[in-house]
Design a protein around this ligand. Structure first.
Ligand code: SAH
Length: 502
């Protein structure tokens, strides 16, 4: 089998190429670098062997060991992905690894990646070339060599060449590099931009001049850009409305994804903390199955959660069984869950009234000539608003337990997420049960600002003594993002919001 050198891109997992992702999904062995995002490793199949090849300070000699690993796994026929930060051939020693594989007769292919040398400045609002400012760009290492000639690089020649200079691995020696460029004749006022942790939610850009670079406090990893373009500030990832905000999402396992992705689009760093999980009903689903056998005897099937839709549809083998009753949903999420299975909801409360009581009001009256019947598959702990409202209108409502929401025991919660949750900027609570669990674990004094989805959740939070900073009227990502922005005191600018991912 082949060893693939795959460029992982810089800090944002979204910048992996499609070919890189396809190979990762098939990998049997992944040998990865320190700067590779953990989310990318999660793309590998569950049984894949993950080998940490990260070089830490003082471990400079691991390169031979890495090449040996690649050769050994390649020889035994495994599909190996060698996942390297940025692009494999840009100051990443990828060339040496390919030489070692070729010398050993192991087949190898290279998949290019997005290099931090270009993407780092770009995401900070700095184009590496720009009409009238720079017609060339030089990428250089600041790492090797003696301090007097850092990198064994001819810095005077680079200074004389002009254009844009992008220095990687230059944090430690930034003062010497600046001095060498000044000695080579570059102007002391040449703009410099330093981009730390580029492409990630903690990206930070500092702007200075060549004269000021040595005194700037900088943390690795960082890209240093020198040249007139560094004085530009076009769109930067740091302009996104929630950039840098650390937000805890407490939805049940499996329900965090779409909202997390959308909040990341706004620049937030999302910490998934599934306080609850969805389990089968106490009777294992026997009552639900029996009711689903009587579907033709119901006028309506009413859903107030995505979980209920999924519990029902996972038990329906032939979609035509649903041809009889009409379908009512509480809001867009359950409507979308039906739509994914090619079912169109017949009734949804008007915008702004997307809750159980709103659904009850939106229901028509029962037929006059016979009793009207509604089947309501619901959570074990469901609230009574919908059945009470429908009964008041004269409907006969059959409630059946379709699933239950269980607290995830403390010992099963990811300890890193628990720890981060204490210091995060905000937490999003999506249901009264999540409020109760959050309160139990963190008390009322936790530092994150509390954002609730919907008035019912907000009321439950207030009842338990939590200070609620903002309420999202609707569960769509755009509404949650704007509630978060309000809670964090940085309201979203006017204009179209990023599209919600489907
Ligand atoms: N092959 C990589 C570069 C490897 S050298 C690429 O194409 O991007 C490692 C250096 O790259 C770091 O010292 C730093 O200067 C830069 N770098 C990589 N990722 C970075 C990031 N997310 N933010 C800032 N600099 C980064």
């Amino acid at each position: 089998m082949t060893v693939y050198l795959v460029g992982a891109g810089p800090g944002d997992p979204g910048l992996l190429t499609r070919r890189g992702e396809a190979l990762l999904r098939r990998a049997e062995v992944v040998v990865y670098d320190r700067l590779v995002h953990p989310e990318l490793l999660a793309l590998a199949p569950p049984g894949a062997l993950l080998v940490d090849a990260g070089k830490r300070p003082g471990e400079a000699h691991r390169q031979a060991w890495i090449s040996e690993q690649l050769v050994a796994h390649g020889r035994r026929g495994a599909l190996v992905v060698r996942l390297k930060g940025g692009d494999p051939y840009v100051l990443g020693r990828g060339g040496e690894e390919v030489e070692a594989l070729q010398a050993a007769g192991v087949p190898v292919e290279v998949v290019p990646g997005v290099t931090s040398a270009v993407a780092g400045p770009e995401l900070a609002g700095v184009p590496v070339t720009h009409r009238g400012l720079a017609t060339s760009v030089t990428v250089v290492t600041g790492h090797v060599g003696e301090p007097s000639t850092p990198g064994g690089v001819d810095w005077s020649a680079l200074a004389a060449a002009g254009g844009t200079l992008v220095v990687l691995m230059g944090v430690e020696r930034r003062a010497e590099i600046a001095a060498a460029l000044l000695a080579g004749g570059r102007d002391a006022q040449t703009p410099v931009a330093v981009v730390e942790r580029a492409a990630g939610p903690r990206q930070r850009t500092q702007r200075t001049t060549l004269a000021g670079l040595g005194d700037l406090a900088v943390e690795a990893p960082a890209v240093i850009v020198v040249g007139p373009v560094a004085g530009l500030r076009l769109w930067s990832a740091e302009d996104r409305p929630l950039h840098g905000a650390r937000v805890v999402l407490t939805r049940p396992e499996g329900r965090i994804g779409p909202l997390a992705e959308a909040l990341a689009e706004y620049g937030a760093e999302v910490i998934g903390l599934p306080l609850q999980r969805i389990g089968p009903p106490a009777d294992g689903g026997a009552a639900l199955a029996a009711r689903l056998g009587e579907l033709p005897a119901f006028d309506w099937l009413a859903f107030t959660s995505v979980e209920a839709v999924e519990a029902v549809l996972s038990r329906v083998r032939d979609g035509r069984a649903l041809a009889g009753p009409r379908l009512a949903v509480v809001g867009p999420a359950s409507e979308a869950a039906l739509a994914r299975r090619f079912l169109v909801a017949d009734l949804r409360p008007p915008a702004g009234a997307e809750r159980a009581s709103g659904l009850a009001s939106a229901f028509p009256d029962p037929p006059g000539d016979r009793p009207g019947r509604v089947l309501f598959p619901r959570a074990a702990q469901a609230r009574p608003e919908l059945p009470d409202g429908l009964r008041a209108k004269g409907w006969e409502v059959v409630e059946v337990e379709a699933y239950r929401t269980e607290p995830v025991p403390l010992e099963d919660l990811p300890s890193k997420a628990l720890e981060e949750a204490r210091t995060a900027d905000a937490v999003v609570l999506a249901a009264p049960s999540a409020v109760a669990r959050y309160r139990e674990l963190f008390g009322t004094e936790a530092s994150p600002r509390v954002v609730c989805l919907g008035p019912t959740t907000a009321a439950a939070a207030a009842d338990l003594g939590l200070a609620v900073q903002a309420v999202a009227a609707r569960p769509e990502p755009a509404a949650v993002a704007s509630a978060l922005a309000r809670a964090l005191g940085r309201p979203l600018p006017a204009g179209p919001a990023p599209a919600d991912p489907q």
